[in-house]
Each structure stands twice: as structure tokens, then as C-alpha cells.
Write a protein that binds this ligand. Structure first.
Ligand code: ATP
Ligand code: MG
Length: 558
């Protein structure tokens, strides 16, 4: 379990749980995280994970991971495995791994119990008739002509539904509650439907599958869940949740508590849309570093710690809100600023020749891995007569406030010494091909002249020692805060065409070769990067930009 130091912020559910422990209502609390294995987890799910596991851990309770696998058509074991991996990666371990499908038999028996008490009936109206008799928010519904079937007839039909005697859609089992209820969810909701399909865990055993509301609350009760935390759209389902548990011989009655979904701008989070982005290849898979999935964030370089901190600081309430993407980006930026070793990398290299540096020689400089953390040690930075600098750090005819390299001007090379530009060599098209400089040996770090100040410091990489790397510059997936706001337009129109730029010929100092997949760095003056866990090799390192040094979107969107 993690031990993050972030202080607790406003979280009304935590307060409820605390009270329930203090009052002795519960000795031990039990929560659950109940994903449907029909896609990958995203940053919104992480809110629920952090909440459920975090609260249980804090109060000495337990959390189950329960796959809500009642809809066999869309679910798979692959998704289930990916979900388990993501939950563990986020730093949490479940008490028990459960599946709603573990309870199919019990759910069936409870349905028989309802029927036996006259509280459920088999409806044989077609889907259209059922829809139109449901009524509207203003008008009561009307009773099904099948509502008053006898218990015997219902038991018989339900058993035959189970045995596979009827085609899909021929009958449904409905709770017999109140077709005039102002709460639509209580107008005789369906609790079982016929689905003659194979299930990824129970195979061909069942021809009927329970509906979500029926399966969910009962699963909670079977597992002895004390606090069943769900998002606000289930608030109107709570009376049904309670009705079901009051009308079966349930072992306990968990308390359902709703909280506001976690939303972020500049992205989409519904599984249907994420699936579309993957299937129609707008991105390169569920773990594309631009995706808001846990797998995507991980590949982007996000640490589990930064995600936990982000949700802890966001708090938990009933008020819907949309968190700016910049807040999430800040969470990883702060984490990396604190923990990322520094390296130098040049993304758009132009060659500098140090004309007074002896030909054929080189040296090793020791540079701190982190300017504020000596305990992080140092790295060896080789230097020779030729170095790469950023093309943008040199201007032939710069404006007045340009403090980097210019003809005749001086600049300090980070971790090394001061150089002065004496000559510029151009190619046949007039593009700068080589810059000739002299270095000042006395200005080296550690020598008396080291304190000599010049206005600019630039990063660099030795030509003889630098490692060629592929750099993937990731940016936000959408170029507008709410891609779903304009109902007239497809959200795909707002995909950011600049969300990925690939640079093939960047150069990085050789220490990058020691890096493991997933390791991250600050490239000084450039941004935060991680070693891509899949594409990178020592022959051709691939680095993903996790986040820039500063939020470049903030000023654009004010
Ligand atoms: P979809 O409706 O797109 O399939 P879902 O949110 O229903 O997605 P589930 O697998 O059912 O996906 O979600 C598992 C749990 O995660 C549920 O308890 C759900 O309330 C919670 N959850 C999902 N999205 C968010 C979110 N954005 N913020 C907080 N909790 C969320
Ligand atoms: Mg769902």
C-alpha cells in the first residue's frame, strides 16, 4: 500500500466512514471497485480506485476488486487482465478478486424468491410495447397485461427462460414495484433478460443474464460491502438498490453513496469514444501516450504516485466539475521536478566546433543528477572539440533581448564553460551548417573563472559521444477544452493535429543508454521525458515527452 504524504482534503465520504467507525456502526469497513471488463481503465476510474482503496486502507478495512461481468457481449478476459494490472500499478492490492458472474446462481435464486412473493413477473410484451407503457417523466406508466400472472406461471416461465426454451427478447423478468412511481427506475425494472450467448467465464451455462441494478446491489450484499460508492448518475437508482435488498433475504444492506465523477478537459473519457479512437486508429492503441487511459498515462511517463496525489488533492464531493488538464500535468511535472535525474538532449542539433580545443581529445565532466539533491549523485558528461547545440539557441541577427549565442557573443555551456562565437559557416542554401567558437578554459566549473557571469546558459551534447534518439513530442489529444460541447459537430473534428511530433535525429548525452524502460528524465531546458517501454532499445532509444517544463496551454486558454 502506498504512503503518500499529501494532506487530506475535503472528502465527504471519508467523513461518513470515519463517523461509522467511531459510532461502532461498523468494526471494519469493506469497499469494492466494480469495473466492467469491457475496456481499459482511464483517469476517471482512478478516482474511484483511489477513493475505494484509499479509504479502506486508511481505516483498516478491505477492498474487493469485482468484475461487473453481467454483459457477456462486450466483455473479455484480456480487458480483465489489463484492469488488474492497472489497479496494481496504481499501488493498490485487493482483498478478494470477485466476479458478479460468481453469483449468477445466487442471483437466480433471489429472483425466484421475488417471484414466489409476488414481487416479480415474467413480461411477454415486445420491447416496443414495454417502452411505450413505461410512461414519461410527466405521465405514469401503464401496467403490462402480463403483470398479474400467477406465481406458478411466473416460476414456470422463468425456469424455462433459464433452460433456453425461448429466443432472445421473447420474455423478460421484471420486478413488480410501481408503474406510476415518479422515479422511472421503480417502474417495474427488468431484472433478467434472455441472452443466448456464451459468457467469458461461465461459458454456455446461462441463457439469461441479470441486469446491472439487480446484480450490483446483491453482489455488494454477498460480499459484505459496508459502503458502496458510485458516481452521481446512480443517485436515482438508490431507491431501487434499497428495494431489491429489502425484498430478498440479504445478509446485509450496504449503504450506497454517490459522488461526482472525475472529469478532465481536453480529453474524452467514455469507453465508447476511447474504443472508437483505438479502433479507427486515431491513436496507436489503448496505451497511446495521448490517451487518458491508465495504460496511456503510464506510457507517457506518469507515475502512479502523481495520479494518486492528483486525485487526493482534487477531493471528493457531490458537485460536478471539470478539472483543467493543466492540473493533471502539474501533478507529474511536480513529481518529476522533484525526482527526475537531469540530462542534456538536443532536439534540433546544429554543430559547434571549439576551435581552440585540441583535436582528437576529449574529457569527462561530472555533472549533478539533480541541482537540489546531491544525494541523487552525478553522471559523467563527455565533451570533445565538436558539440551539438539547439539550432534555436543561435541567431545570426538576434533581437536585443536574445541572451543565447550570436556572432561575437558569449554563452555558458551548461555544466562546462563559456564559449564565444567567432565564425559561422553556411551551406549552399544559406543555412547555418557549423558555428565556430573559442572556449574560455578559465571559466570551467571549479576554476577561479567559473564565477564569471554571462547572460545565457545553453545545453549541449558532444558530437563524438552523443546518442542518436527518436523523440516523440506528445501534446494534448484535443485542441479544445470540451470536444463534446458543440452538438452540431463530431468530437473527432477537434483532434489536435499536433498531438504527436516525431523527431528522428535528436542527440542525447550517453548516460541515457543506462536507462531502463519507463525511466524518466528532465532534459534540461527542454522538458520531462521517459524511455518508451516498448519501442526503445540501446541501439535506438525512443523517448516520450511526458510534459513540457511549463504549461504552454495556460496562456492560450485564458
Ligand atoms: P462506461 O459507461 O463508459 O462503460 P463506466 O464508467 O460505467 O464506463 P465501469 O467499468 O462501470 O465504467 O466503471 C467502474 C467504476 O468506476 C464504477 O464504479 C464507476 O462509477 C467508476 N467510474 C467510472 N468513471 C468514473 C469517473 N470519471 N470518475 C469517478 N469514477 C468513475
Ligand atoms: Mg458502467
Amino acid at each position: 500500500m502506498n504512503n503518500d504524504q499529501t494532506p487530506n482534503v475535503s472528502n465527504f465520504i471519508r467523513n461518513i466512514v470515519k463517523r461509522d467507525i467511531e459510532s461502532g456502526k461498523h468494526d471494519k469497513i469493506v469497499t469494492r471497485f466494480p469495473p466492467e471488463p469491457n475496456g481499459h481503465l482511464h483517469i476517471g476510474h482512478a478516482k474511484s480506485i483511489c477513493l475505494n482503496f484509499g479509504i479502506a486502507a486508511e481505516f483498516g478495512g478491505a477492498t474487493n476488486l469485482r468484475f461487473d461481468d453481467t454483459n457477456p457481449l462486450k466483455e473479455s478476459e484480456d480487458f480483465a487482465r489489463a484492469i488488474m494490472h492497472d489497479v496494481r500499478w496504481l499501488g493498490f492490492e485487493w482483498n478478494e478478486l470477485r466476479h458478479a458472474s460468481d453469483y449468477f446462481q445466487q442471483l437466480y435464486e433471489y429472483a425466484v424468491h421475488l417471484i414466489s412473493n409476488g414481487k416479480a413477473y415474467v413480461d411477454s410484451q415486445d420491447a416496443e410495447a414495454m417502452r411505450s407503457s413505461r410512461g414519461t417523466l410527466k405521465e405514469a406508466g401503464t401496467n403490462s397485461p402480463f403483470r398479474d400472472r400467477t406465481v406458478e406461471e411466473n416460476l414456470d416461465l422463468f425456469e424455462r427462460m433459464k433452460n433456453g426454451e425461448f429466443a432472445d427478447g421473447k420474455h423478460v423478468l421484471r420486478a413488480r414495484i410501481d408503474m406510476a412511481s415518479p422515479n422511472m427506475n421503480l417502474r417495474d425494472p427488468a431484472i433478467y433478460r434472455i441472452r443466448k450467448v456464451s459468457h467469458h467465464r461461465t461459458g454456455g451455462q446461462w441463457n439469461i443474464y441479470p441486469m446491472y441494478d439487480w446484480a450490483h446491489g446483491i453482489s455488494d450484499a454477498i460480499e459484505g460491502i459496508t459502503h458502496s460508492l458510485c458516481t452521481l448518475e446512480f443517485e436515482d437508482h438508490r431507491p431501487l438498490y434499497d428495494w431489491f435488498l429489502e425484498n430478498i433475504p440479504a445478509q446485509c444492506h450496504p449503504q450506497q453513496i454517490e459522488f461526482a465523477r472525475g472529469n478532465l478537459d481536453f480529453t474524452v473519457m467514455s469507453k465508447r469514444k476511447l474504443r472508437q479512437l483505438v479502433e479507427e486508429e486515431y491513436v496507436n492503441g489503448w496505451d497511446d501516450p495521448r490517451m487518458p487511459t491508465i495504460a496511456g498515462l503510464r506510457r507517457r511517463g506518469y507515475t502512479a504516485r502523481s495520479i494518486r496525489t492528483f486525485w487526493k488533492e482534487a477531493g471528493v464531493s457531490k458537485a460536478e466539475s471539470i478539472i483543467p488538464m493543466g492540473v493533471l500535468e502539474n501533478a507529474i511535472r511536480n513529481d518529476m521536478n522533484e525526482n527526475a535525474p537531469r540530462l542534456m538532449a538536443v532536439l534540433d542539433p546544429v554543430k559547434v566546433v571549439l576551435t581552440n580545443y585540441p583535436e582528437g581529445e576529449s574529457e569527462i565532466l561530472e555533472a549533478a543528477s539533480h541541482p537540489q539533491k546531491p544525494e541523487m549523485g552525478s553522471r559523467s558528461v563527455p565533451l570533445g572539440r565538436e558539440i551539438w547545440i539547439e539550432r534555436g539557441d543561435f541567431m545570426e541577427d538576434p533581437p536585443r533581448k536574445f541572451f543565447r549565442l550570436r556572432p561575437g557573443g558569449e554563452v555558458r555551456l551548461r555544466n562546462a564553460f563559456i564559449i564565444q562565437c567567432n565564425d559561422v559557416i553556411k551551406d549552399s542554401e544559406g543555412k547555418v551548417a557549423e558555428i565556430h567558437c573559442e572556449y574560455d578554459p578559465d571559466s570551467r566549473s571549479g576554476l577561479p573563472g567559473a564565477s564569471r557571469k554571462v547572460k545565457g546558459t545553453i545545453h549541449w551534447v558532444s558530437v563524438a559521444h552523443g546518442v542518436r534518439a527518436e523523440i516523440r513530442l506528445y501534446d494534448r489529444l484535443f485542441n479544445t477544452a470540451n470536444p463534446l460541447a458543440d452538438k452540431q459537430r463530431d468530437y473527432l473534428e477537434f483532434l489536435n493535429p499536433e498531438s504527436l511530433k516525431i523527431i528522428m535525429d535528436a542527440v542525447v548525452e550517453p548516460a541515457v543508454n543506462d536507462a531502463q524502460p519507463g525511466e524518466f528524465f528532465q532534459f534540461e531546458r527542454v522538458g520531462y521525458f521517459c524511455v518508451d517501454p516498448y519501442s526503445s532499445s540501446s541501439a535506438q532509444p525512443v523517448l516520450n515527452r511526458t510534459v513540457s517544463l511549463r504549461d504552454s496551454w495556460a496562456k492560450l486558454n485564458r
